[in-house]
Each structure stands twice: as structure tokens, then as C-alpha cells.
Design a protein. Structure first.
Length: 767
């Protein structure tokens, strides 16, 4: 049976089924293997398309497939004698094999040129090292870039990069904050819109200059203006060009700073230099003016000293006729008026030169206000005006400031108000507007026992002078405080110099306040100012002793020798005539050289030294005298016509012991002599304040006695009392003949006790 199923060439296998089975199994397995290998090769080629010569694997696959097919044909022919098919398969296998072999011939050298596994491993290792280095370089680059960006972002300077066309490629945070925009709004945009229109042509020219930069000169610095939030600001930019390998500019990197404050400082310095030059010129002009005023002061006040001094001597003559009294009174009044004008002009000059200083003193503010009210009440009443003084209860009584300047300001403002008001009222209101928390007012000090207070407690006192006068035109208010400027009303009155308000304003500023004038035509005027004062105790406030006229030296005193050194005969003669009748021994010298010689031979107790003289001036003479031991015991009082306070320091530094200005008052000079020599005087009788005669008695007795004086003299006394001019009233009283000592004593008592109201009552009928 088995033989029957054998293939026709079964005899080739000896008709042995076992052998046939062996070949059958072997061919089947080989065919299976041959078919599986191409599949794997095809899979490999599909997955590894990058493998070189991958087409050879497909040829190998085809060759193996044909080989496997041949083995299947071997099994097939065991039963089917299809030997032509078998031969065709073998021929095909041979063809593919030969083709594959032919293709391998040129491929072998190329395959041999491929790197070996070791080479590939080495190359792979080198490649991995290169990759690691590249990764590290990239990380370092990123770190460096982050650090650079961090540094750039942290800078307060403005940092940007831009292309040659001006479009921005990078801006730091400071740049964004400066212009108030974010990066998205800035990048890719040109910076030209930040430049003011008028500067854009300049920026275009500078861009052309930047484009001309070279690698050897790659930086340019410019300053220009920009607009920031509508404000013009100045910037300084340092521009650096960035080049490519062909030295072409591809970008610019710029660092900017805001230099607005620097520019302003430069402008300020330039202005300061200009102002400094103007200041030097002004100081030079002021020095020239001061020298001129010093000379004019001496030239004007020195003859006035003689005029007023000898007038005081002449009015003492008992045999003068009423006409002569009237003429002397006119001379005195004219001299005093001229002196007042000179003093106003010089006071204004001192203010302009910065020579006016505050001279604080402790005084009774209530007494000052009361004296002003008494002094001005009758003048106001004579015009039918109501003079109202409203003093707030919290105003302290005892204060410290410059009493003289405060009095002058109030007299000027109240006097103007009364002078220019024809109907209605003039009101002075005084109140406290501000105090320190620790301040205790005078009123509380008086009611609280055991309260101690320091002298450093301050407060501001507010003054208002209001009138119902004609008012001031608005166009005149702007120039009201200018020197020598008067309002239309003031010019019509033909009184004053136009300096009162200017001086008052400066005095108020010295006392820590500000003077303002509010006015409307036909509605009146209000003057307002504040004064900074220091509180003091009553015990610290000096009492003013009544001034009395000395008529002789008190008995049982040494004979005092006084040397008068003065180049002008009239001034020497005046001093001799004032001092000799009192009992002093007096000698004269016409210059410093003569004065030193007389001092050496005569050894006076006191020298009245003029400071400006020919041959040898008072400064040199004083130094020579004080250089000797015995000169230290000689008192030297400078007599000078200068009104500048710094002259006093110069005079005192030369060795003088004191200082008296021309024209001087007899009482002032005698007080200086008494203070330094201890001289005691015999004074005219003057009743004490507690024993004042009644007002009715004074009016009866004095009015009757006043008839002996010229009407012009009485009119001058009235005007002096109305103005509160203490010195002028004393000067007028000196003109009363010695035969009328009773009336002179009564009036002097009223003057020394500041009862100007009573004097006004007595004299207003004669005015």
C-alpha cells in the first residue's frame, strides 16, 4: 500500500517510507525556516529604514524565499511528477542567487568601510560626551542669560536694544516703569514718539551719526529730552553699536539715565552765578550807598546837633521876648522835623541793608496799650471819632519783644487811621491766635499760687486796626508798602514821607509776623499783623523811672574833669555849655592828637570823643589812650553821627566804653556820664506819681500859665502829645523860661508819667 502512494521517483529513496518521511520532514522544516527569515528581514528593513544597503536584505529575503519554495517543491514531487515546475523554481532560485551575488560584489567594499562595533562604541561615547558638553554649555548659557537678564532687570538705569531703524528689540523693567508701559507695548515699536516734536530732527541727525560708528569707535553718548506722562524730562544715553562678522551694524545697546535734576541743578547753578554776580553788584552798590549815607549822616546830623543843642540852651535865657521864643520854637520844630525825615530815610536804608535788628525787652503790654489809648483818645475825640481798644482777656500782661518797634508800628497804624478817617470809628483789637501747649497766660499766673514758668514760652499776639475811613483804591494796594510811595489820600494831606508803612512792615517781620492791609474804597481799611512774644514774670519787668532834668552836681562829690574832643567848634562849644553850668571842669581839643596830649597832661576822668576828625580820628586816639595803664581808668564815650548799629561794635572794639549818637539829648548824655563815673545830680522838683494834683487843678493852674508861652509853642506841644513824641515834648519843655519853673515842673511830671491825654486837654484849645 505504501509503495502505491510513493511519488514516481520513490525509488530514489529505496522505496523506504522512513527515508521518505525523513526528507519530507526536513524539507518542510527548511521551507518553514526559509519563509520565516524573509519575514523577519522585511520587518527589520521596515523598522530600520536608516540602515545602509537595506535593499540587500530584501534580495536576501527573495533568495531565501525561492530556496524555501524549492524545498516545498521537493515534497510536492514525491506524489506529483511536475518536474518542469521544480526545474523552473530552481532556475528562478539560481537567477536570484546570482543577482544577489552580483550585487554583493560592489557592496562588500562599502560594507567594509562601515565602522566596526568598537568604532561605533567609541564614536557613540564621543558623541555622548559631546552631547553632555553641549547640554552643559546650553545650561551655562541659559544660566548666564538668566543672570544677565536678572542684572539688567535689577538695574535702575534704563536699558534697551534697538535696530538701526529705531525699533526696540529689548527693554528692561526700569525702561518700562519709566515710560509707564509694558514690554508688549514697547517691543517692535520705535522710541521716536517719546521725543518732543521740536527735538525729532535732532534725534534723526544723531541716528545718522550712530550709523557711522565703527568697531574702533563703537560708543556715542548723547543727551536729549523725552516726554514722560506729559512732562518734559532730560536723559543721557550711552549707545554702543553691535556688529556682525562683516563689521555691519546689526543692533544698538543703550544705557540711559534721567538727568533732569542734574539739568535743573545746572540751570540753578547758572542762575546762582548770575544772582551771585548781581548780589556782588548789589553789595557793592549797598556799600557805596552805606558809605554815602554814613557821610551824609555825619554831615546832616552834626549840624543838627548844634542847631537843636544851642536851641535848648537859648530857650533857658530868661530875657527872651515872646517873639524870640516863637522864633526859637520854629527853629526847634523845623530841626526836629528835619531830624525825623532823616531818621525815616536812614531807618529805611538800615532795613534795606539788613542792619535793623530786634532789640527785645521785657515790658507791661497792658501799660503800653493804655498809654496809646490815652495818647490818641483826645485826638480822635477832637475829630468826633470813636477810638475803641478791645483787649481780649487771654492776652498776657507781661511779655518780651521789641517794645519800641511795636509802639512805633501801633502809633503809625493808629495815627494813619485817625488822620484819614473823618467820621465813624477807629478800633484796635488785640487777641491771642496761637500758643504752645505748655504756655500759661499771665492771667492764670496771677490767680494760681506757686506757678513757676520759664522765659521760653511763646505765643502769637494778633493786632487789628480797623477804621471807617475813605479806604484805599485796589490799584494802590499793590504799592502800599513801597518806600516813598503814598496813596492819593496821603498825597492830598501833604504830610509824611511815605515811609511809615514800609518801615512798619519790616518791623513786624522782625518781630516774627506779617503786616497786611485790607481795604475797599468808601468802606474803610483794616491793618492786620501778628507778633511773636515770650512770656515773662511781672518781677522780671523793669519799672520806668520818671525822667527829671539835672540842674547841678550834688554836693560833697569830687570835681570831675571832662575832656571834649571834637573837630567842629559849634559842637565842642555846645558840650561845654551843657556841662560847665552843672559843675564839671571841661577842656576842649579839636582833634585826636590834641586830645591825647591833653589826656596825658590833664588826666581827665572822662573823654567825650568824636570819631571822625582830621589829623587823628577818634579811633586812633582811643587806641593810644587805652594802650596805657592809666588810660584803662579813663572813661571814653564815643560821640558819633552814625545811625548804623554795626558802627557801635566798631567803636566799642576800638576801646570806647560807651556810645552816644548825634543829635543827643541832654538827659541821655548826663545819664551816660553818671553811669560810668557815679556822678549824682540835683534835679528839678518833680512831684511823685502818687501825689499828682487833680486833673481839674492842673487844668486851671496850667492853662493860665500857658498863656505866657507863644501860641506856636503850645501848638507844637499839642502835636507832640498827640503823636506821643516823648523826646519832642521834653525838648519843648526845655524852652520854658526858668521864671516859669512851676508850669515846667507840672508839665514835666505829666510827660514823665505818660499822661499825654492831660497835655492834649490843656493844649488843644490853642492848637
Amino acid at each position: 500500500m505504501l509503495a502505491e502512494i510513493f511519488i514516481p521517483h520513490g525509488h530514489c529513496y529505496l522505496w523506504k517510507p522512513t527515508l521518505v518521511g525523513l526528507h519530507l520532514a526536513s524539507d518542510a522544516l527548511i521551507a518553514l525556516a526559509y519563509y520565516s527569515i524573509p519575514l523577519m528581514l522585511i520587518y527589520f528593513v521596515q523598522k530600520r529604514r536608516d540602515v545602509p544597503f537595506n535593499w540587500i536584505f530584501l534580495l536576501f529575503g527573495a533568495f531565501i524565499v525561492f530556496c524555501g519554495t524549492g524545498h516545498l517543491i521537493e515534497i510536492w514531487t514525491l506524489w506529483h511528477p511536475t518536474y518542469w515546475l521544480s526545474g523552473f523554481v530552481k532556475a528562478s532560485t539560481a537567477t536570484v542567487s546570482l543577482y544577489t551575488a552580483g550585487m554583493l560584489v560592489p557592496l562588500i567594499p562599502k560594507a567594509l568601510a562601515l565602522p566596526s562595533p568598537a568604532q561605533l562604541a567609541a564614536a557613540n561615547q564621543a558623541l555622548q560626551q559631546e552631547i553632555r558638553e553641549r547640554i552643559e554649555a546650553e545650561q551655562a548659557l541659559k544660566k548666564s542669560e538668566a543672570l544677565y537678564r536678572g542684572i539688567v532687570e535689577d538695574q535702575t538705569e534704563l536699558i534697551c536694544r534697538y535696530l538701526p531703524d529705531g525699533s526696540l528689540t529689548f527693554v528692561n523693567g526700569a525702561y518700562c516703569r519709566y515710560f509707564g508701559k509694558n514690554r508688549d507695548q514697547l517691543l517692535g515699536q520705535a522710541f521716536i514718539p517719546f521725543v518732543p516734536d521740536q527735538n525729532r530732527d535732532q534725534i534723526s541727525d544723531r541716528m545718522n551719526t550712530l550709523l557711522a560708528l565703527t568697531p574702533t569707535r563703537s560708543v556715542a553718548i548723547y543727551e536729549h529730552q523725552v516726554i514722560v506722562n506729559g512732562e518734559i524730562r532730560w536723559q543721557r544715553w550711552s549707545n554702543r553699536a553691535i556688529f556682525d562678522e562683516q563689521d555691519n551694524i546689526i543692533e544698538f545697546q543703550s544705557v540711559g539715565l534721567d538727568i533732569t535734576e542734574h539739568k535743573l541743578a545746572e540751570e540753578l547753578r547758572a542762575k546762582n552765578l548770575t544772582l551771585e554776580a548781581e548780589k556782588r553788584y548789589a553789595e557793592s552798590a549797598n556799600r557805596a550807598k552805606s558809605e554815602f549815607l554814613a557821610n551824609m549822616t555825619h554831615e546832616l546830623r552834626t549840624p543838627l546837633n548844634a542847631i537843636l543843642g544851642f536851641t535848648q540852651l537859648l530857650v533857658r535865657e530868661p530875657n527872651l521876648t515872646p517873639s524870640q521864643h516863637e522864633q526859637l520854637s520854629i527853629i526847634t520844630h523845623s530841626g526836629e522835623h528835619l531830624l525825623e525825615l532823616i531818621n525815616d530815610v536812614l531807618e529805611m536804608s538800615k532795613i534795606e541793608a539788613g542792619r535793623t535788628v530786634l532789640n527785645p525787652s521785657r515790658f507791661d503790654l497792658y501799660r503800653l496799650i493804655d498809654s496809646l489809648e490815652e495818647m490818641l483818645q483826645l485826638k480822635a475825640r477832637s475829630k468826633g471819632l470813636h477810638l475803641i481798644f478791645d483787649l481780649s482777656p487771654d492776652v498776657p500782661q507781661y511779655v518780651q519783644t521789641d517794645e519800641s518797634k511795636l509802639r512805633q508800628v501801633l502809633i503809625n497804624l493808629l495815627g494813619n487811621a485817625i488822620k484819614f478817617t473823618e467820621a465813624g470809628s477807629v478800633t484796635l483789637c488785640v487777641s491771642v491766635v496761637s500758643t504752645h501747649s505748655s504756655v500759661v497766660t499771665s492771667a492764670s499766673l496771677l490767680t494760681q499760687e506757686g506757678v513757676e514758668k520759664s522765659d521760653n514760652e511763646q505765643l502769637t499776639i494778633h493786632f487789628e486796626v480797623e477804621d471807617t475811613g475813605p479806604g484805599i483804591a485796589p490799584d494802590e494796594l499793590a504799592t502800599l508798602f513801597n518806600a516813598f510811595v503814598q496813596t492819593e489820600t496821603g498825597r492830598n494831606s501833604q504830610e509824611g514821607t511815605g515811609l511809615g508803612l514800609a518801615i512798619s512792615q519790616k518791623f513786624v517781620e522782625l518781630m516774627g509776623g506779617k503786616l497786611t492791609i485790607n481795604s475797599s474804597l468808601g468802606q474803610g481799611t483794616t491793618a492786620i499783623f501778628d507778633v511773636l512774644v515770650t512770656l515773662v514774670r511781672e518781677a522780671d519787668t523793669p519799672c520806668q523811672a520818671p525822667k527829671k532834668r539835672a540842674i547841678a552836681l550834688a554836693p560833697n562829690q569830687p570835681t570831675y574833669r571832662i575832656l571834649v574832643v571834637e573837630d567842629r567848634w559849634e559842637n565842642r562849644h555846645l558840650l561845654v555849655k551843657l556841662l560847665q553850668p552843672l559843675g564839671f571842669e571841661v577842656l576842649e581839643a579839636s582833634n585826636g592828637q590834641e586830645g591825647v596830649a591833653l589826656w596825658e597832661s590833664w588826666e581827665p576822668h572822662l573823654i567825650l570823643m568824636d570819631m571822625r576828625m582830621p589829623v587823628m580820628d577818634g579811633y586812633e586816639a582811643t587806641k593810644r589812650i587805652k594802650a596805657h595803664i592809666k588810660g584803662q581808668a579813663t572813661v571814653i564815650i564815643a560821640i558819633t553821627a552814625s545811625v548804623f548799629d554795626d558802627k557801635r561794635a566798631v567803636v566799642m572794639s576800638a576801646g570806647c566804653d560807651d556810645f552816644v549818637r548825634k543829635p543827643f539829648r541832654e538827659s541821655v548824655l548826663l545819664e551816660k556820664i553818671a553811669a560810668h563815673l557815679g556822678v549824682q545830680y540835683v534835679y528839678e522838683d518833680s512831684p511823685q506819681l502818687t501825689s499828682l494834683r487833680s486833673r481839674a487843678s492842673i487844668e486851671v493852674q496850667t492853662k493860665e500859665a500857658l498863656a505866657v508861652m507863644p501860641p506856636s509853642w503850645i501848638s507844637q506841644l499839642y502835636l507832640a502829645a498827640v503823636c506821643g513824641d516823648y523826646e519832642q515834648m521834653l525838648t519843648l519843655l526845655d524852652q520854658i523860661p526858668e521864671t516859669q519853673s512851676a508850669i515846667k515842673s507840672a508839665l514835666a511830671d505829666l510827660v514823665n508819667n505818660f499822661r499825654f491825654d492831660l497835655i492834649i486837654d490843656l493844649t488843644q484849645d490853642f492848637s
